[in-house]
Write a protein that binds this ligand. Structure first.
Ligand SMILES: [Zn+2]
Length: 456
């Protein structure tokens, strides 16, 4: 997080200049985390718009390194995730005295799994043992004769072009190559998602309803018959219909096959001025008016909806609970007062112990959702670079507010923005997307119908 220094500039210019000159008093130490997006010279790394300068006597530290391995300035290449400690010495300038990096960042060894959202184009070559490039999990997996291949539970091939692996789990391990693709050491395909992966804990349901007194459209968050919370739906029908139609259009093909075909995807715009969105494991996706109000074009909205859809399809709630040690205790809350509405969706879900669905999952899962969202928007002919535009806007708008829960804080704005910058730089070079869709007349019409909304 950045220091509030830039707010002080007008009133405390002399102090600010003193800080710039390298003064020691009043300098608050800060930490920043992100993926290196450029390396302009030997003593500077860039993370998006921020230059991190190596201060005198800078220390490099590698965490979990094997004996004898030490971090050097030369290891800090583009796409490496680092944590820098130091002080902000300008609006976009940070002077670091310590840079830390995990060994696994340099090792480039990757082990991941995902459910296949679309049928890989080279299924036949993969099964036939031939070398191939498999596009899956938002990655390009380079498979050769040395890659160990394994599959089970293969679906019966009914027609020559029927999907073989769609919706099934792919597990892969390999090494990242400098061009961003991956040399696969082992690949295994077959498992279906677990039966309870698409259930909201406590079998809670989000149900459309009407306020009995005022008749306005609302959502009820129900556990059995008890209403735990009520959300106000944004009252303009055209806006709801547009977001729902776009979200539905973007659902990847995996959702057509069991068990994912049981997911009922529903997209709602809820009245909440915080710039956030949340998805419940059962496919209910809530987009706050505060975030919709910030989004500049259809390509950005497509990215946000694709990210939330990926959290659902990839069973991230289930994975967070079962694969990480962050077991959350679900809290039962009392019935909501009939007249009260939830003002902040994220806070409400947090009270229930469902904070991750609104505030972000583990970084690895957020990265997967972002990778798959990029792949999904490209598949629908949108400009993936718009995702960076959205994150960059949110970084500049919210970077000084460490307490605000916003969508870009699904992990941290800078971490996500730099991850996307690296991904797009490697996988989706700008020149290939000159003709891709950025906006549409329907998006502009929706914005007109929406009118001004409060954004916090
Ligand atoms: Zn997320």
């Amino acid at each position: 997080m950045r220091l509030p220094q830039k707010h002080l500039i007008p009133c405390f210019l002399p102090i600010f200049l003193f800080l710039l000159a390298g003064g020691v008093f009043g300098q608050q130490r800060a930490k920043i985390r992100g993926y290196i997006t450029a390396r302009p010279d030997e003593k500077t790394i860039m993370i998006m718009d921020d230059a991190i300068l190596f201060g005198p006597g800078i220390g490099f530290q590698m965490q979990d390194a094997p004996p004898g391995k030490q971090l050097t300035a030369a290891d800090l290449t583009v796409a490496t995730m680092i944590e820098a400690e130091g002080v902000w010495t300008g609006k976009h300038q940070f002077t670091a005295d310590k840079i830390k990096c995990d060994w696994d960042q340099l090792d480039k060894q990757i082990r991941e799994h995902a459910y296949l959202e679309r049928e890989p184009a080279q299924s036949a070559e993969l099964i036939g043992g031939q070398p191939c490039q498999l596009r899956a999990d938002g990655e390009v997996l380079v498979i050769d004769e040395n890659s160990k291949r394994e599959w089970h539970g293969r679906a019966q091939v009914k027609a020559p072009d029927a999907p073989v692996w769609l919706g099934r789990q792919i597990r892969y391990s390999g090494r990242r190559r400098p061009d961003g693709t991956m040399t696969v050491q082992s690949i295994e395909i077959g498992a279906l998602p677990p039966a309870d992966a698409y259930e909201t804990p406590g079998k809670r349901k989000l149900v459309r309803a009407q306020d009995p007194k005022t008749g306005i459209d609302i959502l009820e968050f129900r556990k059995d018959k008890k209403v735990e919370g009520r959300f106000k739906l944004f009252p303009v029908r055209d806006v709801q219909e547009y977001v729902s139609a776009l979200g539905t259009k973007l659902i990847p093909p995996a959702a057509q096959n069991p068990p994912m075909s049981d997911i009922e995807f529903r997209f709602y715009v809820v009245e909440d001025s915080t710039a956030n969105a949340a998805s419940l494991p059962d496919g209910s996706i809530m987009l706050n008016t505060g975030l919709l109000g910030l989004i500049e074009n259809e390509a950005q909205l497509a990215f946000v909806l694709s990210h939330e859809t990926a959290h659902v399809l990839q069973a991230h709630y289930w994975r967070q609970e079962n694969e990480t040690r962050t077991k959350r205790v679900l809290i039962s809350i009392g019935a909501a007062a009939a007249s009260a509405y939830v003002g902040n969706v994220a806070v409400f879900l947090g009270q229930l112990g469902l904070a991750a669905v609104a505030n972000g999952y583990a970084r690895r899962l957020e990265n997967q959702a972002d990778r798959l969202a990029l792949e999904n928007v490209v598949e629908h002919d949108y400009d993936p670079g718009q995702a960076i535009g959205l994150l960059r806007m949110m970084v500049s708008r919210y970077s000084d507010r460490s307490t605000s829960a916003t969508w870009s804080n699904h992990d941290s704005s800078m971490l996500r923005g730099s991850f996307l910058t690296v991904q797009i730089g490697l996988r989706y070079p700008r020149q290939e997307f000159k003709k891709a869709t950025v906006d549409s007349d329907t998006f502009r019409a929706m914005r007109e119908n929406m009118g001004p909304v409060k954004i916090m």
